[in-house]
Design a protein around this ligand. Structure first.
Ligand code: ASP
Length: 290
């Protein structure tokens, strides 16, 4: 049966094997079914990406949105990006403080500015002017899903993301993150960088998760589309190849991607990756380690 629409989510790569991930699996399973129903009803890829990511941003147990961890100064600086493959439009924010939904901020940059990426105070000023929901008491709002600690030298991290092919054939990808634990003030990873952590065009939509410094140096998200275009690779081969190139630089992580035919790939090279996917051809997966 041909795939008419498809979606995939990730809730970050790198959980410790044998840790209890049942809460995340239950949450992602329900979310992917909600996204499936929205797409079945004709919702756009763009709307579903934002809705899915907001569901994970507000959950409080992924390292994004409410679950983000503070930087070394105790401030919460968040990053997000979104890309619409059909129109090749993109928007992103980085080091954003004081707003509930970084992915909504990224969408607003895409739709209401001539720019792609707004940073720090300027991004916050723009979000306020757009009337986006603010956080008045960061210490009371955030519930860090992971604590900064001994392993933070290894760029311990987490992120959420979503990729969608809708009924009209539009591809869209989005990514939102609190970044790596114990990060320096002002540190920005791959998640808000178009081509590194997020990519969508007419071929494929990609959202990455992992040690952002390495994903930037391998331009992982855009590399997948390039491999498909120039080398004629399948989405599976392109995803695995781009990750392997990143791994050679010394990083770990994973990614989710969907192509224009609804093929999905969910590769990772860390212990696990929280993920969920569903297609109109009847395939559904919710998993972390398997
Ligand atoms: N890639 C994110 C970053 O480096 C972290 C993650 O995906 O876990 O900010």
């Amino acid at each position: 049966m041909p795939v008419n629409f498809a979606l995939a989510l990730h809730g970050g790569a790198g959980p410790i094997r044998n840790s209890d991930t049942s809460r995340e699996e239950a949450h992602m399973g329900a979310l992917v079914d909600e996204g499936y129903a929205l797409l079945d009803g004709g919702a756009s890829a763009l709307d579903v990406v934002v809705h899915m990511i907001q569901g994970m941003e507000t959950a409080g147990f992924y390292i994004a949105g409410k679950g983000a961890a503070p930087n070394r100064d105790g401030d919460y600086e968040l990053d997000a990006s979104i890309m619409d493959g059909t129109h090749r439009c993109a928007g992103a924010v980085c080091a954003l403080q004081g707003f509930v939904s970084p992915i909504a901020a990224a969408r607003a940059v895409m739709e209401h500015t001539p720019h792609v990426l707004l940073a720090g105070a300027g991004a916050a000023q723009f979000c306020a002017a757009q009337g986006l929901e603010t956080i008045d008491d960061p210490a009371g709002y955030y519930t860090p899903a992971a604590q900064s600690g001994a392993d933070t030298d290894a760029l311990a991290h987490g992120t959420v993301g979503c990729v969608v092919l809708d009924r009209e054939g539009h591809l869209c990808a989005g990514t939102s993150t609190g970044g790596v634990l114990n990060k320096m003030p002002g540190r920005v990873g791959d998640s808000p960088l178009i081509g590194a952590g997020t990519w969508a065009d007419e071929r494929v939509a990609v959202s990455c998760t992992g040690q952002g410094e390495f994903f930037i140096r391998a331009a992982v998200a855009a590399d997948i589309s390039a491999r498909m275009a120039y080398a004629g690779q399948s989405i599976d081969a392109a995803g695995a190849g781009a990750l392997a190139d990143m791994q050679k630089q010394g990083g770990d992580g994973g990614l989710i991607a969907v192509d224009a035919k609804g093929n999905i790939t969910l590769p990772y090279i860390s212990h696990g990756m929280r993920r969920a996917a569903r297609t109109s051809a009847g395939w559904r997966e919710v998993a972390v380690f398997r």
